[in-house]
Design a protein around this ligand. Structure first.
Ligand code: TEU
Ligand code: CA
Length: 558
């Protein structure tokens, strides 16, 4: 029915609560701060807000280590603050999507404390426990935040599995009682009024049937658990059970975070008739600029190749058309800022390239996600010292590669962190040219980017032609033009190293999207374009036909 498709013409705004707006001067963003800023979000024109986790958490992984799924963390406020935010959002016509983390919990969760206490308590099988093998860890799997994926607990004389930090024990989805406890918890939030869920690393919940050692990259001590546990044997069974227990009959928006998922996986995970999820976050387009040395994975400081980027995005556009549904994102709280990564954040080019990247993405098929500050063209932090960073993934990586492995030197690793660290996305939202950019009256938990006097919401809202106003126009066009939702995607000039161009067609009209990914002027002729075809939107004030200026983006409708 059409009501369940509302999310196909919606635009989502992702708020990282810790860094959005502090209301009590403790330097940490909070729920009352978000409530104060809802008019700003509404004016962008978006339909949904996605909040990163706000549940009670020790904050080892900034809330992705949940100690109480039924309570709001005091750093962010109270349940009353949450209810006030939800009520205010709904009153402004904004839906609210929660981030649910059920691949793992915090080791401070009551479930885990009980589970670890003995082998025969009601929570004993809520987590993944294995006996030692020859006196050591059950397998050679390594955790994504460093070290072994296994941690020994004397009270059970067993190891537990943790895909991420030691403080993030994986939940055992083989246990029907654990699964029911998850569904009950999700229904608690749906009954409270939330409008959807972003499901954290949800394609890792089904572990391999048999636990055996995995392949180890040269020079690395462990086998990376990511590929070992992605898209496991019972994943679709579990998601269909979740659908039946939580999603069925409700017009929720559900998006699964699925690192390692292929187009084929997504055709099932986000399939129109799969009864699993509405859409997924896939990671191919944000994994193309990784390090050629496999030891370093994502840690790199090199640009992406345009041809590989256009082939990856095109594969997903054509692969899911009429079968499933894409999410569309450049940024989130785990990715560096796109204008610094795939664009050009030099002052002469920053706003032009930010608008070019936004144009490329927002005319594709899928639901766009705008990450806080992306609409301002906020840039990477360009930190130069290790103690500028807070993210355990970055700090652990520096420690591992420089101090433990000696795989590289400090200067190189600091360059990798500056280009790739998740903290690039987590510097506080830049509201105005005031101390700490108006984010806090206290000391921010993570430094504000020093470019805030130039790059801030107040300036953007009062500057015609700003990135902010451009995003407003893109969001409005998506609500106005069904062709953006329904058109069939076709890539033009597939091997062009400088220009990315594609069409969207529905048999009546055509969108022609042209983006110059370089600072150099290019010249390209498009015979598809009728001479009198109107320009729908452009990041320049005029149209010079075949001449494409630095980072020029333009869209024709005919
Ligand atoms: O991220 C899952 C994930 O794939 C991470 O490895 C992420 O891609 C990586 O940090 C980028 O290299 C989710 C959350 O988005 C992330 O913030 C959490 O740290 C992680 O799960 C554990 O909950
Ligand atoms: Ca606060």
């Amino acid at each position: 029915t059409t009501s369940t498709q509302w999310w196909q013409s919606a635009v989502v705004y992702q708020i990282y609560p810790r860094s959005f707006q502090d209301s009590n001067g403790d330097g940490i963003g909070d729920l009352p701060g978000i409530t104060q800023r809802l008019d700003y979000v509404k004016q962008l024109g978006v339909d949904v807000i996605w909040l990163n986790p706000i549940y009670r958490s020790p904050g080892v992984d900034n809330g992705y280590d949940i100690s109480d799924y039924y309570d709001i963390d005091p750093k962010f406020g109270t349940m009353a603050d949450f209810d006030a935010l939800l009520t205010a959002a709904h009153a402004k016509g904004l839906k609210l999507m929660m981030d649910i983390v059920v691949n793992h919990s915090s080791d401070q969760n009551a479930w885990f404390k009980e589970s670890a206490s003995s082998r025969d308590n009601p929570y004993a099988d809520y987590y993944i426990w294995r006996d030692p093998v020859d006196g050591h860890a059950p397998t050679n799997w390594g955790a994504l935040f460093g070290g072994s994926a296994w941690e020994y607990v004397a009270s059970r004389q067993q190891y537990y599995l943790h895909s991420f930090a030691v403080e993030q024990p994986d939940l055992n989805w083989e246990s029907p009682r654990l699964r029911q406890a998850v569904y009950d918890m999700m229904n608690f939030w749906v009954d409270r009024g939330v409008d959807g869920f972003r499901l954290d690393v949800i394609n890792s919940i089904s572990k391999p049937t048999v636990f055996v050692d995995g392949p180890v990259a040269d020079g690395e001590p462990y086998a990376s658990i990511g590929a070992i546990e992605a898209n496991g044997p019972r994943l679709h069974e579990f998601l269909q059970e979740m659908y039946a227990q939580v999603f069925a009959g409700r017009a929720l928006m559900t998006v699964g975070e699925t690192p390692g998922a292929s187009v084929a996986d997504a055709q099932q995970l986000a399939g129109r008739n799969s009864h699993e999820l509405n859409m997924v976050f896939q990671f191919e387009h944000v994994s193309l600029d990784g390090n050629p040395d496999p030891r370093f994975g994502k840690w790199n400081d090199q640009p992406v190749q345009l041809v590989t980027l256009k082939h990856s995005l095109s594969k997903w556009q054509t692969g899911l058309h009429d079968q499933a549904w894409n999410s569309l994102y450049w940024n989130n709280h785990d990715q560096p800022r796109i204008v610094s990564r795939f664009g050009d954040d030099r002052p002469a080019y920053r706003t032009r390239s930010a608008k070019m990247l936004a144009t490329l993405l927002h005319f594709m098929q899928g639901t766009p996600f705008i990450y806080q500050g992306e609409e301002l063209g906020m840039t990477n932090a360009h930190f130069t010292r290790l103690d500028d960073y807070r993210d355990l993934e970055s700090l652990n990586a520096y420690h591992h590669y420089v101090e433990v492995e000696g795989a590289t030197d400090s200067a190189t690793m600091l360059a990798y962190l500056a280009h790739t660290s998740r903290d690039n996305a987590r510097t506080p939202m830049q509201w105005q040219d005031a101390p700490h950019a108006g984010f806090t009256t206290g000391t921010p938990w993570l430094a504000v980017n020093p470019n805030y006097p130039r790059i801030n919401a107040q300036r953007a809202q009062t500057t015609p032609g700003s990135v902010y106003h451009y995003y407003q126009r893109l969001v409005a066009l998506r609500h106005r033009l069904p062709l953006i939702r329904t058109g069939r995607y076709h890539l033009l000039m597939p091997d062009d190293q400088s220009v990315y161009a594609y069409t969207r067609r529905d048999g009546h009209q055509t969108l022609l999207v042209i983006c110059n990914f370089t600072a150099e002027t290019q010249s390209r002729h498009f015979e598809q374009r009728p001479p009198a075809a109107p320009l729908l939107i452009s990041n320049y004030d005029d149209d010079q036909g075949d001449v494409l200026r630095a980072y020029e983006a333009k869209v024709y409708l005919f």
